[in-house]
Design a protein around this ligand. Structure first.
Ligand code: ADP
Ligand code: ASP
Ligand code: MG
Length: 413
């Protein structure tokens, strides 16, 4: 008998029919003799609907109340799925985050899990219950409801699997695994049998929303066996695994991630003197705005341009801060641009393969796409481009790097 944590995403519990289908699936696992903890998301669209309601009241509602509001979506699906299981004669119990006691910090809307109390869950599992836990939510030490950031139910599942030392954490969703890129963007995208934690972490950080970044971090840190699978189609899915010394030759590129979530800010004509980068980015950091790609141009006549990206939602706030700094620094102008996209190639094989960057730049040049910014890490190259060329860029790169083709000569075992 094994203990399995299974997470079902929003589309998989998006209607009563689908909740019944999930219950059928859970029933099959139960018949195989497994102990089960099921983590559910809110019905698809529900979290967005709730955020929309809040925005009708206020442009900047209190984050504490936002969490009280958006956490309700998951409470609905836990109860409905438990009822569907009970109807099938399966003892099941719903739990919200504070009932489990998923203790988090108090960073409302992006809280981090600190600790999970597994006592009650273990007691109920031993008593034969299937447990249905609300994803995405926790509670801080003062009893306030918190949420874990968009896509956070993945993290709830992995964290529960770690706390309960489950045999596997299965993320059931509306695609049958992790692909070389978003299969909704590129028809020829290919499902990966496995991907390393490191690659998955980069892909998630660079925009592949199939798994939340923190879920991958958690799984890597606590060695949780993690698999992404289709909710309603059988198949092996994708295993997220540790890099293996027996990988004789890894493919150079595992996948392509992309995001439209960023915006670019440029301060034109800043004096090229020591400390300028700090004067610009210091106040941005102090305002808790995360900065991603940074570029400073070569200076001409002692002045230069300084460009960086932030999350799109933070663009206006960052622009306000920069306007003030620009005046202090005697800079010429501040430009904000939210019509950008970032495309990233990810792969551990890049470590041992030179020339990936130039091949990437050539591929983009061939389709006349201008690169605005570049950033690299050991296993990733990202470029910022005009948003309107995003699809073309992803498709071209997918084809140039032959990602639709199963790599040969790869030993994975
Ligand atoms: P859920 O509601 O089940 O959590 P998500 O919408 O969060 O589902 O994640 C699944 C979606 O992730 C897919 O429908 C797909 O469009 C998108 N996606 C982005 N990049 C990838 C990728 N590399 N592989 C698979 N799916 C991806
Ligand atoms: N319902 C939340 C969201 O839409 C959490 C999740 O689905 O993982 O972001
Ligand atoms: Mg998700």
């Amino acid at each position: 008998m094994s203990l399995i944590v299974q997470k079902f995403g929003g589309t998989s519990v998006g209607s009563i029919e689908k909740i019944e289908a999930v219950a059928d699936k859970v029933e099959r696992f139960r018949k195989d003799g497994h102990q089960l903890v099921i983590v559910v998301s809110a019905m698809s669209g529900e979290t967005n609907r709730l955020i929309g309601l809040a925005q009708e009241i206020s442009a900047s509602p209190t984050l504490r109340e936002m969490d009280v509001l958006v956490s309700t979506g998951e409470q609905v699906t836990t109860a409905l799925l438990s009822m569907a299981l009970n109807k099938r004669g399966i003892p099941a119990k719903s739990y919200n985050g504070s009932q489990v006691r998923i203790l988090t910090d108090d960073a409302h809307t992006k809280a981090r899990i600190r600790e999970i109390d597994d006592q009650r869950l273990r007691g109920d599992l031993d008593a034969g219950y299937v447990l249905v836990v609300a994803g995405f939510q926790g509670v801080d030490e003062n009893g306030n409801i918190t949420t874990l950031g968009r896509g956070g139910s993945d993290t709830t599942a992995v964290a529960l699997a770690a706390a309960l030392t489950a045999d596997e954490c299965q993320i059931y969703t509306d695609v049958d695994g992790v692909y070389t890129t978003d299969p909704r963007m590129v028809d020829g995208a290919r499902r990966l049998d496995s991907v390393t934690f490191e690659e998955m972490l980069e892909m998630a950080s660079m925009g592949s929303k199939v798994l939340q970044i923190r879920a991958v971090e958690f799984a890597g840190k606590y060695k949780v066996p993690l698999r992404v699978l289709h909710s309603f189609q059988d198949g092996p899915g994708t295993l997220i695994r540790v890099e293996d010394e027996t990988d004789m030759e890894t493919p150079t590129i595992a996948g392509i991630a992309f995001t439209r979530d960023e915006a670019k800010l440029t301060v034109l004509g800043v004096p090229d003197t020591p400390g300028v980068a700090h004067k610009i980015l210091g106040p941005i950091g102090a305002a808790n705005i995360e900065v991603d790609v940074i570029v400073q141009n070569v200076s001409i006549d002692g002045s230069t341009d300084f460009t960086f990206t932030v999350h799109r939602d933070e663009m206006e706030r960052a622009k306000g801060i920069l306007d003030r700094i620009a005046a202090e620094l005697n800079a010429r102008e501040v430009i904000a641009d939210d019509k950008i996209a970032k495309v990233s190639l990810v792969g551990v094989g890049m470590r041992s393969h030179a020339g990936v960057a130039s091949q990437m730049f050539e591929a983009l040049a061939d389709v006349a796409i201008n690169i605005q910014m570049i950033t690299t890490s050991e296993i990733k190259i990202s470029v910022v481009i005009d948003e309107k060329f995003l699809e073309l860029a992803v498709r071209s790169l997918h084809s140039v790097f032959e990602l639709e083709v199963e790599p040969t000569g790869v030993v994975v075992d």
